[in-house]
Structures are given as C-alpha cells and as structure tokens.
Design a binder for this molecule. Structure first.
Ligand SMILES: Cc1cc2nc3c(=O)[nH]c(=O)nc-3n(C[C@H](O)[C@H](O)[C@H](O)COP(=O)(O)OP(=O)(O)OC[C@H]3O[C@@H](n4cnc5c(N)ncnc54)[C@H](O)[C@@H]3O)c2cc1C
Ligand code: SF4
Length: 348
C-alpha cells in the first residue's frame, strides 16, 4: 500500500512534518531491501519510528519514501546448534528485556535493553532501530527556534554550534545507543541483508565513527539479525548507564564489559570493554584490556585498570558535561562494573 503522509499537526495547528513522503508497507524483508535499493538515498526504513519520526519532525531526516518494516513477520529468537542466540532485528526492546531466553543466554543484552528510554517506547522500539539510530548533540536535538537560526552541518547548513572551528565535514555528534556497547563487549555479530543477499560481520563493522554518517550501512541494506555467542565457564559481565536522574533519558556514559577468569578464579584470561554515549560511535578499549589479561583482579588492580580506562577514552564534551567529568564518571562506574563482572565470573 502506498500513501502520502504529512498530515501530522500539533495541537496548536503547527505542522510537525513539513514535507510530503510516500509510505510503503512491504511484507517481505527482501522486498523492503529491493525497494530501498531502487529508491536509494531518498528512502529510509522505519521500524518502531521512535527515532526516525522525531528526526523527520526537526528536519534531520527528509526521506521522500518511508519503507515501513512493521508488516514483515519477525523470526522467533532461537539458540542454534552452535550455541549462538539469534535475534531478529525487528524484535522490540520490551520483548528482549523480558525474554527468559535472552536473560539466560545473553543477560547483558536484556540489561541494556531495559535501560533504553521508558516502557512505552520500548514496546515499540526495535533492536535494529536502536543500533541504527541517528547521532545526537545538544544543539541538534532541540526544537527551540533560538538554536535553529541557522541549520548546522548535520542538517545541511554552514555552522556547528558547539564546535564553531570544526570544518564542514566534521561533526562531533554522539552515538547514544545503550545496547551497542553491550553487544560489542559480549562479542556479538550482525547479519545485514542487501541486494546481494545476507552478510554476517562483527558488530564493530556497523560504525564509522563519523558524526555526519555514523553507520556503514549503504542505502538498501537492512540489519536483519543480531547473534550473541554462548557464555563461557568463569565468565562474568558488567553494565552501567550513567544518567543525571535515572529516569527516561539518554546516557551521560555507558559502560559494558565481559571478562573470563582462569581456573584460579583470580587471574583474567579474557576481557572486552566497550564505552558508549561519549563519542561518535561506541569505543572498544584496547590498552586497558591488554593490561587486564594475565593480571590477578584484586581490588587495587581494578582501581588501576579503571583509572587507565578513563585515560584511554577521549570523550567529547557534550550534553553540558566536560571531558574531565566524563572521564571521572567512567573511572568510578567502570570500576564498579568490573567488580560486578568479577563476582559473576567467580560464581559461574
Ligand atoms: C523519548 C526518547 C527517549 C529515548 N531514549 C533512548 C535511550 O535512553 N537510549 C537509547 O539507546 N535510545 C533512546 N532513544 C532512541 C532509540 O534509538 C529509539 O527509541 C529506538 O531504539 C529506535 O528504534 P526504532 O525501532 O523506533 O527505530 P526507527 O525510529 O524506526 O529507526 C531508527 C533509524 O534506524 C533505521 N532502521 C530501523 N530499523 C532498521 C533495520 N532493521 N535496518 C537498517 N536500518 C534500520 C531507520 O531507517 C532510522 O534511520 C530514545 C528515543 C526517544 C523518542
Ligand atoms: S556537532 Fe554536529 S550535530 Fe552538533 S551542531 Fe555541530 S554539526 Fe550539528
């Protein structure tokens, strides 16, 4: 079915979406991909619409065609013969956070899904939409007229409000998904469906680290599945999302990690740490993890490692928080998340 949609109006009568777009509802993922591939940059997928619709209202996205994914049947979550849990990208966050299968097989995913927005949004928002969400900055995601005298680079304009010395091709908007760092720390893969078929890759391959074009997906490529590897013996995980009030809001910083202990239950055999909501994409810590492996994870060692992590990360000052504050936040909360991961690993 095809229809024209620009009928949304605020109570006061002001238009909320100021342009016309065509809306299509394919029933097969392959058709959605073929259609978007055909139309190219003028079209966008819409899953739950909780990120896309607000972005259309404030003019960040102006698709001439919206290809809805809501009629495509979702494949049920399942653990395959290889032990990996496969989740359809169209699965809602609410379903994920309450799934006994996810809680048992990949608890870090359920925990991170639970922290996204509020319950109503999670009933509609999907895993794929969360991972493919637009980057944000304090100036971009506002509707106040005084902040939109001129559109910034992200909206096709000629200025960058918080970083006026940035060149036109540089945008330091921040990638805010609460789920992406959890998937990265757990070692997840994703399957992308394109016109040539499905390709499976590590989740890291999705992110460019560029605020203007944060995802590597080409027009016509759809995130189809997320795959979570099985947990290993003596493995533990930690997850923390820092927020100002702990309510419905985006994170100040998001910390996710996994670690595996040797049989002595003290020495770190493997580790993975990902930090989100502080850069243009989620960041994997390399130096801190190499310092962690082979180390006995005493209280003093965790303090030292969290301190090292806070220096390894280079957060963008955003949402009004300075770089030193963001580093401090990560130092304190990552140490606590490491302690939780250690305790879980010792109990498993
Ligand atoms: C009030 C509010 C609070 C929020 N708080 C948080 C928060 O705390 N943490 C957080 O992480 N996020 C938060 N979000 C943003 C979050 O990304 C969305 O709520 C949601 O997860 C997006 O999912 P969706 O299915 O609605 O995506 P949509 O809005 O449908 O899509 C988002 C983007 O992804 C693309 N897309 C969607 N599905 C696919 C797919 N399968 N393959 C390829 N591209 C796809 C779309 O084209 C679009 O560009 C918040 C949003 C709102 C409105
Ligand atoms: S950082 Fe990016 S999104 Fe924010 S004002 Fe500058 S160009 Fe726009």
């Amino acid at each position: 079915m095809m229809m024209v949609g620009n009928e949304c109006r605020q109570a006061g009568g002001r238009d909320m979406i100021l342009f016309e777009f065509e809306h299509e509802n394919p029933v097969l993922a392959e058709d959605a991909v073929a259609r978007l591939h055909e139309i190219e940059a003028e079209a966008r997928f819409m899953a739950g619409g909780t990120d896309l619709i607000p972005n259309m209202r404030i003019g960040i996205a102006k698709p001439a065609h919206v290809i809805s994914l809501t009629r495509i049947p979702r494949e049920p979550m399942a653990v395959g013969a290889d032990g990996w849990l496969r989740i359809d990208a169209l699965t809602t966050l609410s379903e994920i956070e309450h799934s006994a299968l996810v809680v048992g097989a990949a608890p870090i995913l359920a925990a991170s899904a639970h922290t996204v927005a509020g319950n109503q949004i999670r009933q509609r928002a999907t895993l794929g939409g969360n991972l493919c969400q637009e980057t944000r900055c304090l100036y971009l995601n506002q509707q106040h007229d005084f902040q939109f005298v001129e559109p910034c680079y992200k909206r096709g304009g000629d200025c960058c409000y918080p970083f006026p010395k940035n060149k036109k091709e540089v945008c330091w908007s921040v990638y805010m998904s609460d789920i992406a760092p959890a998937l990265m720390a757990w070692g997840a893969d994703v399957t992308v469906l394109g016109s040539g078929g499905e390709v499976r890759m590590p989740i890291e391959a999705l992110f460019t680290g560029d605020g203007l074009r944060p995802m590597t997906l080409n027009p016509g490529e759809m995130l189809r599945f997320v795959h979570m590897p099985p947990a290993k013996p003596h493995m533990g995980w930690g997850y923390h999302k820092s927020t100002v009030r702990g309510g419905l809001e985006f994170g100040i910083a998001v910390m996710a990690l996994t670690l595996r202990l040797e049989d002595d239950l003290e020495t770190c055999a493997e580790a993975s740490i990902a930090i989100g909501a502080v850069n243009e994409g989620p960041v994997k810590l390399v130096d801190t993890v190499s310092a962690m492996i082979g180390k006995k994870l005493t209280k003093a060692a965790l303090t030292e490692l969290a301190d090292m992590a806070s220096r390894e990360i280079n957060p963008l000052p955003h949402h009004g928080f300075s770089k030193p504050y963001l580093r401090d936040n990560i130092r304190v909360h990552l140490r606590r998340a490491m302690q939780t991961a250690l305790a879980r690993a010792q109990e498993s």
